[in-house]
Design a protein around this ligand. Structure first.
Ligand SMILES: [Ca+2]
Length: 157
């Protein structure tokens, strides 16, 4: 009898211990269409926005795609950037993005939160808009067509 009580006490304390340190699993997808390379770091921030107070939980992925991180319960701004110069800091010229419904509230220990998707901006390294080959062919067809139409109009009058 004593053994059973002791064992239930031990298992109970293990249970409450693991519960006290339970984390929330946050996962999602990072998309990026630009040409810059480097590790993508997804970070949870407390406080008033991205870059305010980082929490220990974060995720690093080599390429755009799925990430998962474990963070304590709380309210967070989930943000990401591509660390082009690999200095583990977000610099001004590096692609960045944040979850569109920030901040997220994670009140439940052990919860699993999916679809915290982030799109990194690619505007700074996007190319100057140019006509594609098909665009050029289409443009010259319009030009030739309107020239023919004008010639015909002149001949008719
Ligand atoms: Ca950096």
């Amino acid at each position: 009898m004593k053994k059973i009580i002791l064992w239930s006490f031990i298992s109970l304390s293990i249970l409450s211990y693991s519960e006290a340190f339970a984390l929330v699993s946050v996962s999602g997808n990072v998309t990026y269409s630009g040409s810059k390379t480097g590790d993508i770091r997804v970070i949870a921030y407390e406080g008033s926005g991205c870059g305010d107070m980082a929490v220990p939980g974060y995720a690093t992925i080599a390429n755009p795609g799925p990430y998962t991180m474990e963070i304590p319960t709380g309210t967070y701004y989930i943000c990401a950037y591509r660390d082009v110069n690999d200095n583990h800091m977000q610099d001004s010229n590096e692609p960045e993005g944040s979850y569109q419904f920030n901040p997220i509230n994670l009140p439940t220990d052990g919860a699993i939160v999916n679809n915290i998707n982030i799109t990194l901006n690619g505007s700074q390294d996007s190319a100057v808009p140019t006509l594609s080959e098909w665009g050029m062919i289409f443009m010259s067809l319009i030009l030739a067509g309107s020239a023919l139409w004008m010639i015909r109009r002149r001949q008719l009058s």
